[in-house]
Design a binder for this molecule. Structure first.
Ligand code: SAM
Length: 278
């Protein structure tokens, strides 16, 4: 198991914080993002402005959360009352939970070291009146998260929603398949993201992807899984998801109402919304 808190979780949290400061949370409004990160706002803005290439990743990270939170709101409208954040990192959704009055329970699954660090950050960022989050420590490569969730009170016979963002690139294919199959076994839907193989990119975009890949490998969290969209569609059908939508850069830009969406088929990060029959 990972001995240290995830540095890529910190990276994603920094992108969400900078998105509030530089873009006013235009895609994802997250009033707790800056406090949860706990870094000097001026310094993180300066750092982001010195490296404009980070903007694409920042907007993708904001978009995937916004999309997931929108799909969750639909599911709550269909009486779903359990949310599981798989590989939650410093995601603040559980603290913001706008569906608390409707009884939405939030379970956060992550490595123990990252969860311990998150508890410290929560205590520092929002010391009073913290909402109850159910923390479940799991290594996706080694354990069945459904068993661990059940111990924390998760009802596998009741409808549930899983948000699994920024995690698949760091897992083996076996762990990804096992996780999807486990979600499909319960009456669940899931929003997750994945990246396309490096060969899908060219020019400056390819160079930026390679630089990012080298950066996170140096942090000890190498990117090991990437998928072509057709391969992901096959994998979803094989693991038990009859219905799914895959939003690439074009579809996501249209979804967000961007004035000039990139052409259909443009490579980049993909966000999938999939539903199993239970
Ligand atoms: C890039 S962070 C994303 C965090 C969060 N979902 C977000 O969007 O900010 C990756 C997360 O996956 C978790 N993770 C990676 N491999 C894992 C594993 N084998 N078992 C459990 N969690 C894992 C890390 O602890 C970290 O929280």
């Amino acid at each position: 198991m990972q001995a240290e808190a995830s540095l890529t979780a910190k990276g994603a949290a920094k992108h969400r914080a900078v998105h509030q400061l530089l873009e006013g949370g235009r895609i994802l409004s997250d009033p707790l993002a800056v406090a949860m990160l706990g870094e000097d706002p001026d310094a993180i803005v300066r750092e982001a402005e010195e490296d404009p290439d980070r903007r694409t990743m920042r907007l993708f990270i904001a978009a995937r959360s916004r999309f997931a939170e929108d799909r969750l709101a639909d599911a709550v409208g269909r009486d779903v009352r359990q949310l599981v954040l798989l590989g939650a990192g410093l995601d603040t959704f559980g603290l913001r939970n706008p569906h608390r009055d409707k009884g939405l329970s939030v379970y956060e699954v992550d490595h123990p070291a990252t969860q311990a660090w998150k508890r410290e950050r929560i205590a520092a960022a929002a010391p009073a009146g913290l909402p109850a989050l159910n923390f479940v420590a799991v290594d996706f490569e080694k354990q069945s998260f459904l068993d661990e969730l059940a111990k924390a009170g998760f009802d596998r016979h009741a409808a549930s929603f899983f948000i699994w963002l920024g995690v698949t690139p760091y897992l083996t294919r076996e762990a990804i398949v096992a996780t999807l199959a486990a979600i499909a076994r319960v009456a669940a839907e899931v929003v997750f993201d994945y990246g396309e193989p490096l060969e899908a990119f060219s020019g400056a975009r390819r160079a930026a992807m390679e630089a990012f890949q080298a950066r996170v490998a140096a942090l000890g969290e190498p990117l090991i899984s990437r998928f072509w969209p057709a391969e992901m569609a096959r994998l979803l059908r094989e693991t038990g998801f009859a219905r799914f939508d895959d939003f690439g850069p074009h579809e996501m830009a249209v979804y967000l109402g961007a004035p000039a969406p990139p052409p259909a088929g443009t490579p980049g990060g993909h966000v999938v919304h999939a539903r199993s029959g239970g």
